[in-house]
Design a binder for this molecule. Structure first.
Ligand SMILES: [Zn+2]
Length: 108
């Protein structure tokens, strides 16, 4: 099996999986010694997904559309995400760009 990132040979090993800042544990997978890329086996991927479901974080990362309100643009935060973060209407948050490709909303 070859690394999808750099085409080097992958070695079998334990892969630490993390999702949305939650450590999911170690799973059987493949590691690229050259670039550090890791892959899970199909079975491990299912187990990791099961863990995200158990923790209520499955499917939290998703696409959302920007809408307009007057001169401002708005990002919609769906119910599941709001509940996960404990966010309610009227609450203040800090938003800041992280480079040109990431917008961080910080719950305070
Ligand atoms: Zn690689």
């Amino acid at each position: 099996m070859l690394c999808p990132m750099c085409n080097s040979k992958l070695k079998k090993g334990k892969v630490k999986e993390e999702y949305l800042g939650h450590e999911l544990g170690e799973f059987e997978g493949f590691i690229c010694k050259k670039c550090g890329e890791t892959l899970l086996t199909e079975e491990s991927a299912k187990m990791a997904q099961q863990k995200t479901k158990e923790r209520g974080i499955f499917g939290l990362a998703e696409k959302t559309k920007i809408s307009r309100n007057g001169n401002s643009l708005m990002v919609r935060i769906k119910k599941q995400m709001a509940e996960y973060l404990g966010l309610t209407e009227g609450e203040e948050v800090i938003i800041r760009p992280e480079g040109k490709k990431k917008l961080v909303v910080e719950v305070i």
